[in-house]
Design a protein around this ligand. Structure first.
Ligand code: PLP
Length: 397
């Protein structure tokens, strides 16, 4: 039996000690930069996953054999119910294709919907594996960079998208909500993009891994709620419930042609789903994780306001992009006059590690850092203070 727990501020403030658990966020960072380094980089949170997840894993682990495993109806049903409950999207069992992770899905979508050498549209600055997946599959990146407003907010540049469509692009990859600029695309914005792509008959693959991290008054609009043909969406419980180490994600697609093409590529690559523990954890999270997730969202909502205040107080020349979604803040530090590489070196010396802006776009990320607020607030405060030290001019400047 899981004891009744309250997922309040104290619970998330406590966090948990992750050092020495083969944790990429903490252990890899400390191995590289020293053991007092505070990691505010990779999109992974320093909170325990919902108690129901741990209980499901312990229960399954207690049965002492771990052979080939198949997905069952309740795995699909848990996902279907979660998306209906939280996002109002109706998904059928046949729409779901499970796979190990969302980046696998990006690659499979590219392989399924384009030919070698074809152009694929991305909107930088965007999560680095978008570009890497296009290049890694022998396709051509066609960037339609987001437009940056003076207050740090970003918008889609549909003229730039159209120019790439006219130049022959064959697919677009959308990040929704967007990492790293934390935009939650509105129904109108998504509809305008869909209408444009429709005019050219170009398919859209939407990475919706951050769908659950949206702050009121914004609301997440699933791509499949607006369009069913020639589109697919990629989702996972991994970001939402901190299960990324278990490797489980899904492709949702209502277009039989697109879905078959995606599954054919999956077969060709020998990609399967069915990690025994991932299925248990994902089902438990989807079925029993709502109270935990609601508590987490309240906590992160508070943390994004705290981050904005910390930046205002300690980094007067920085511009923090307004955070509509995700737990990732996008910090423009160009006024301090350092390249991203210099920022990374200086922050490492000051004992804090962020994700460098150029991971998201060589030009559009230069002079930026991404900060992960999925941690107890004391880390956030300490991280910003260390960043302030990193930005101070020293004798060596
Ligand atoms: C937009 C986006 N897509 C995909 C991923 C990675 O997902 P996965 O581990 O399932 O490949 C991340 C992780 O940060 C992400 O931010």
């Amino acid at each position: 039996m899981i004891p009744m727990m309250t997922f309040n501020e104290e619970y998330f403030d406590e966090g948990l000690y992750r050092v020495g658990t083969r944790c990429e966020k903490w252990d890899a960072c400390r191995a590289e930069h020293g053991e007092n380094t505070l990691p505010l980089w990779v999109a992974d949170m320093d909170f325990p996953s919902p108690p129901a997840v741990q209980e499901a894993l312990l229960r399954r682990a207690a049965h002492p054999t771990y052979g080939y495993t198949e997905t069952a109806e309740d795995d699909d049903q848990a996902l279907i119910d979660f998306w209906q409950r939280r996002h109002g999207l109706t998904v059928a069992r046949e729409d779901i294709t499970m796979m190990p992770c969302v980046v696998t899905g990006l690659r499979l979508a590219i392989l399924a919907l384009t030919q070698p050498g074809d152009g694929v549209i991305i909107q930088s600055p965007v999560y680095g594996p978008f570009r890497m997946s296009v290049e890694g599959t022998g396709r051509k990146v066609m960037d339609a960079p987001l437009i940056r407003r003076e207050d740090g907010r970003y918008d889609m540049d549909l003229d730039a998208v159209e120019r790439q469509l006219q130049a022959g692009a064959k697919l677009m990859l959308l990040c929704s909500p967007h990492n790293p600029v934390s935009r939650v695309w509105s129904r109108e914005e998504l509809q305008a993009l869909i209408d444009l792509l429709d005019r050219y008959g170009v398919p859209l693959a939407s990475d919706e891994i951050h769908a659950d991290f949206v702050y009121a008054p914004k609301a997440f609009v699933p791509l499949l709620a607006l369009k069913q043909e020639n589109v697919l969406s990629l989702c996972a419980a991994s970001k939402t419930f901190n299960l990324a180490g278990l490797q489980q994600a899904s492709c949702l697609c209502k277009d039989a042609g697109v879905r078959d093409a995606f599954r054919r590529e999956m077969d060709k690559a020998g990609v399967r789903s069915g990690n025994i523990f991932a299925l248990e954890a994902t089902r438990a999270a989807y079925e029993q994780g709502d109270a935990w997730l609601d508590g987490l969202l309240r906590y992160l909502d508070g943390s994004r306001a705290i981050l904005a205040e910390l930046v205002r107080q300690h980094l007067p020349k920085a511009v923090l992009t307004p955070m509509e979604g995700t737990y990732l803040g996008w910090l423009d530090l160009r006024a301090y006059g350092y390249t991203t590489r210099e920022l990374m070196e200086r922050t490492a010396r000051a004992g804090v590690c962020f994700t460098g802006g150029t991971f998201f776009g060589q030009e559009t990320g230069e002079g930026f850092l991404r900060i992960n607020i999925g941690c107890p607030r004391r880390y956030l405060e300490e991280g910003v203070l260390r960043l302030r030290v990193a930005l101070e001019k020293g004798d060596e400047d």
